[in-house]
Design a protein around this ligand. Sequence first.
Ligand code: GLU
Length: 419
Amino acid sequence: MAIDLKPQSAFAVAQQRLERAAQVMNLPDDSLRMLKEVKRELTVHFPVQLDNGSVHVYTGYRVQHNISRGPAKGGLRYAADLTLDMVKALAMLMTWKCAVVGIPYGGAKGGVTVDPKALSKNELEHLTRRYATEIALLIGPERDVPAPDLGTNAQVMAWIMDTISMHTGHSVTASVTGKPVDVGGSQGRHESPGRGITYLTLEGLKYLRIDDETPTVAVQGFGHVGASTARLLQDAGLRVVAVGDSKGAVYNSKGLDLAALREHRQYRGGVSGFKKADDLSPRELLELPVTVLVPAARENQITAENASRLQARLITEAANAAIAPDADDILHDKGIFVLPDILANSGGVVVSYFEWVQDLQAFFWEEEEINTKLHHVITRAFYEVLHLSVNKRLNMRTAAYALAVQRVANANSVRGIYP
Ligand code: GLU
């Protein structure tokens, strides 16, 4: 039999995972067909004048996969390798993410094919404002609400909110989440992805009854999400023994001084060469004998090639699609408990939801209240997925997908088909 060695499209992988979930829930074919495609995909090409006076034409996207449960929701990614296929896959993932934690949104994703680090602040602002204008026909508090993702941040969200507001003639703070607190952002939004990952990891450890030792942790990725996750897990009493970034990784079995490591990274541009720790390659970090592994960097880090060498007991999949589909069964057979991406990294969008609610009601909550509400939503979702996983003998990813897909299918079905 000929083996197809073509790299699989990210959207095809997302569709396969949907099909598997649909199968275990006995979803009718009509229902599956409606969920397999994205609802809208907008591609825009637009010019930006660079600081040297030349004009560059960029390509951007906004894709809405499903809006049956509420407005479209999802981040904007600025990355040099961004494609429409990837944005479609990530938009579908957002639909499941919002459904699995039970917040009233559909799923969307967008972004621009650009390396944001290669632009000056002035160029980044012009690119952002023009891109926001191009996709403005889709955006709004009741329609589609963007947020930060890889390569974008609170400042970029402030520019987008300002651009939409200028077009509308008044401030529309609820059109975007992940904004700075000065312009309708929420307390706790910045740290919410790391906080969600931490709450879930602690629930996972409790379920696995790993309470007789100080659990050790390796975190791959020391960007915004990885760094705050490492710190929050350490604050919760776990021992962070390894941290890696795109260039290297460091390991100390007694635990790392994370504040000193952050300073070192700022000064040296990477974690490698940190005193009081041994250097490792980013791949070696994944194979360490730790209790918890948190891949918080990029997609496809754990594949059929390295999955059998992993030694962690629990993996919290912080980065979207960090585990390739061909690795799932290997990890399951090894008895490694996986908290899948749509559950593990939902903290960001849950607090985005709180931000949107606060903007709409113009009444803001204290950080403690936000964190308590986040804990409640995440823990409820964890146990709902766990029950399905135990009752139907599914791994946690399939259970999370199945729960989410069923909720969206129910919304489609109860609404019926127009006209
Ligand atoms: N980009 C984040 C994610 O993928 C946050 C999305 C949001 O807050 O809308 O979950």
